[in-house]
Design a protein around this ligand. Sequence first.
Ligand SMILES: [Cu+2]
Length: 128
Amino acid sequence: MWRKRLVMGLGLAVLMSCKSSTSPGCSGTCVTIQDFSFSPSAVTIKVGTTVTWTNSGPASHTTTSGSGVWDSGTLSAPSGGGGYGGGSAGGTFQFTFNTPGTYPYHCKIHPPSIATYAGFTGTITVTQ
Ligand SMILES: [Cu+2]
């Protein structure tokens, strides 16, 4: 009987560690959105990789593909110091890239066509 309880305990520990690694922290390929930059702005990944964007700036943002491949919609800003400060973590968005290519993107709310946000762009490069 003790053996079964041990296995269940381990399973629970694995579940809990998974949960804490997705939000507000991020495992895998992660891009942080700030006011007004994507960090890192250029990311190179292998086909099949999932990218997670997290908004940690004080304003709402989006990650929006320049060629319509993805659009996160509005990602809310973290509140009350974010997940570590007792508030809520910023909005996150995940997209899996299954086709090699170069994917420029921007924030729809703060588009690079406005001079102030000209540098607020990012690129995902997907290789075989
Ligand atoms: Cu924005």
